[in-house]
Design a protein. Structure first.
Length: 721
């Protein structure tokens, strides 16, 4: 059974289109009840009053906590006074009816999502006064978060935690989500709009992937949207569309350190800026580490310029490889129309700059802009003679998979669900397995299907959703990985191609009184790790998650013959645990779990996962080559999965299946490395204190599907999901 109506998200409103020949529920106040089987929890039934004076904190928290997974928690109209932040678990919908407001003393978040595990949360139709939403996330980005049709207002604190100065705060990543049709009003640190770079933002976030921010309005805010992509990673699919801002103090949109691919910034309008100062721009879209950004059909207007003689710096600040800047309008009050940073392959065309005399229309900030193409841009002393920007190009549907979750293991009948945002009616949503096999198609919202996972072989698979609107435009979700597990004795999804070492603590271990003298390779390469000195032999220990090889951190080590010089790719999987918080001296290779010494400077290869950071290197004799990843929060002494991948000139680090670090510019070949590997002993006669359960080493960079198959096998085996 499908919904009897569906929302159609237009630029400034939501309308409901009725299908011909269907009976329709006409009660707008309860329109969202039309989904069959939808569970509802009314906060008033838990004792919330909404009278504006009673403290409703405990009642609202009780209602949310007691709601079953997937429930909708309803806030009828009223002002709900809360005195501390409400925690919102995953798999919840918070639905505000007309006039529903959460009011909290400024300096606190009104709502906070689960730390490091937020998923499947929707906030719809609520007003938050005095405090915003903390989306959380850390090494695991928040997933499938929808914040829409809500108002954030009067966040004017300047004391305490600076993060609470933002209306929507995303500190640790967000994926396959959307922030749409919200209103941000009076978001000003300390209530001030002086000539200072203040932190208050309507939306502030780090490391977004497959996220749409569209159709929001900003009025009297320090900054509209501030995004930071501060770690190299596979970020992409970020769309910033049709947002409108007035009385913005610093910038309408700002991105920094942007290691992201294919970002689209389109149809945004920002005008009537507040008190400009030298570090204020209309929009600053900096993508120095990314590529393929499109900035088109936006408008920024710094008229009138506030203050005596004050002017903004740049109308648009842009940088990035293969960036396109087209059809934008820059009006008045900017010292420079378009300022260009790193501009390899940049195209700047069809832009209109008008009004107050600008010292420079288009200026280069950096020394190197190879092959930038600048053509057909127009400057006019008066804005009336400047042609308006062309109408925004059609925006394809934004689609994301809400279920199942990426990297999950499924069996039996599985529910697959897609979320779609579109300004045009949707003709169909197709669910596609392994790149080309359409397993179902749905033409009506909610877009969902039941799939028999036993119809395909056990092992690694990929899934995506493709939405097509009635104009023929299509949008594709981020591809997710799944492992199907239906047979009684499934074959582990471990590819053998290029596998040179496989040490499994459940097999091939030779002991004398629980001391390990030999650990036999299971890959077929015939390698064995061994230790003849009984005083340096690690122990075989049985834990709750199976057998492990335990190294004491003072003398234990196993060595194995494995030349790796000349490899142009390498993939290492290590399931381990350690009691060490942060170790490693200047070389970063000290106390390594897995280590090859160097035969030439900068030739060491190692993997050192500690509780507070992870060091790794593929030796190439390249100076200053020592990647080090600091965990945002230290892990415990339990088992974790660490993966290090060398893909030609790019080195990557995955933690429990999530990309944590990536760095390019490396030499492509492993060299300067000794022909003997060591488990449990690092550089300069230092030792690893902890457990090693399994090690796999490949002489090539696995494909994503192959790597995810090994991930699924290891994470399922050791209960790491």
């Amino acid at each position: 059974m499908k919904l009897l109506f569906h929302y159609q998200n237009h630029r400034c409103h939501n309308s409901i289109r009725f299908r011909r020949g269907r009976n329709v529920l006409l009660l707008a106040a309860v329109a969202f009840l039309a989904r069959p089987g939808l569970a509802l929890t009314d906060v008033r039934n838990a004792g919330a009053t909404g009278n504006g004076s009673t403290d409703d904190t405990l009642a609202i928290q009780s209602a949310i906590n007691s709601a079953p997974s997937g429930d909708t928690v309803v806030f009828p109209g009223g002002t709900y006074r809360i005195t501390s932040t409400i925690s919102v678990p995953s798999n919840r919908i918070l639905q505000g009816q007309s006039g529903a407001m959460l009011k909290i003393a400024t300096g606190q978040f009104a709502l906070s999502f689960p730390y490091d595990s937020a998923s499947n949360i929707t906030i719809d139709g609520l007003t938050m006064d005095g405090g915003g939403v903390n989306v959380n996330g850390n090494s695991v980005p928040a997933y499938n978060v929808q914040i829409k049709n809500s108002t954030f207002q009067n966040i004017v604190t300047s004391t305490g935690d600076w993060t609470t100065h933002n209306a929507i705060f995303i500190p640790g990543g967000l994926t396959q989500s959307s922030i749409t049709a919200n209103r941000f009003l009076n978001i000003l640190e300390g209530g001030l709009t002086d000539y200072v770079d203040r932190m208050a933002n309507g939306i502030m976030g780090w490391r977004l992937n497959a996220v749409t921010i569209s159709d929001n309005t900003f009025d009297t805010v320090n900054q509209g949207i501030s995004l930071k992509f501060d770690r190299v990673g596979t970020y992409g699919g970020v769309a910033i569309l049709r947002n409108v801002g007035t009385r913005v103090h610093r910038m309408g949109v700002e991105t920094q350190g942007s290691y992201t691919q294919g970002m689209l910034v389109e149809g945004n309008q920002f005008s009537n800026f507040l008190n400009p100062f030298w570090n204020s721009f209309g929009m600053s879209i900096v993508v120095d580490g990314g590529a393929g950004t499109i900035i088109r059909n936006n408008m920024v207007d710094a008229s009138p310029a506030a203050g005596s003689g004050s002017r903004y710096g740049y109308g648009l600040e842009v940088s990035g490889t293969n960036t396109t800047v087209s059809g934008n309008t820059v009006k008045n009050g900017f010292s420079t129309g378009i300022a260009i940073g790193w501009a390899q392959g940049m195209v700047i065309t069809g832009n209109y700059l008008c009004g107050s005399t600008q010292a420079t229309v288009i200026a280069f900030e950096a020394a190197s802009q190879p092959d930038a193409q600048i053509a057909n841009n127009t400057k006019s002393a008066t804005c009336s003679s400047a042609a308006p920007p062309p109408a925004p190009a059609p925006v394809p549907p934004a689609v994301s998979l809400a279920a199942p979750i990426s990297n999950s293991t499924v069996s039996g009948t599985v529910t697959i669900t897609a979320n779609v945002t579109s300004a045009v009616s949707i003709a169909s949503v197709s669910f596609i397995l392994d790149g080309s096999t359409t397993i179902a198609q749905d033409a009506n919202s909610p877009y969902s299907m039941s799939w028999n996972s036993a119809a395909v072989a056990d092992g690694a698979h990929t899934l995506k959703a493709v939405a097509v609107d009635t104009n023929g435009a299509s949008g594709t979700s981020t591809i997710i990985s799944l492992t199907t597990l239906n047979s009684a004795n499934p074959t582990p999804a471990v590819t053998k191609s290029g596998l040179k070492l496989w040490l499994n603590s459940a097999a091939g271990v030779t002991t004398q009184v629980d001391k390990v003298s030999k650990w036999l390779d299971q890959s077929g390469s015939g390698i064995q790790a061994s230790q003849s000195n009984s005083n340096a032999q690690p122990s075989l220990v049985t834990t709750a998650r199976g057998r492990v090889i335990r190294f004491d951190g003072t003398a234990d080590a196993l060595t194995f013959p494995m030349p790796i010089n000349g490899w142009n790719g390498m993939t290492i999987f290590l399931v381990s645990a350690t009691s060490q918080k942060s170790t490693g001296g200047w070389s970063k290779a000290e106390n390594a779990a897995l280590f090859w010494d160097e035969s030439a400077w900068w030739g060491t290869t190692y993997l050192s996962p500690w509780q507070s950071n992870v060091a790794f290197r593929f030796g190439t004799t390249q100076a200053n080559n020592w990647p080090l990843y600091s965990r945002p929060v230290p892990v415990s002494s339990g088992l974790t999965l660490t993966e290090a991948v060398k893909a030609s000139t790019v080195d990557k680090l995955y933690l429990n299946g999530v990309l944590a670090y990536s760095e390019g510019g490396k030499y492509s070949t492993v060299k300067g490395t000794s022909n003997t590997g060591v488990l449990g002993q690092g550089y300069n006669n230092t030792f690893f204190a902890g457990d090693i359960a399994e090690v796999l080493v490949y002489n090539r960079a696995l494909t994503d599907a192959e790597r995810q198959g090994v991930e699924s096998y290891l994470m399922n085996k050791y209960g790491l999901k």
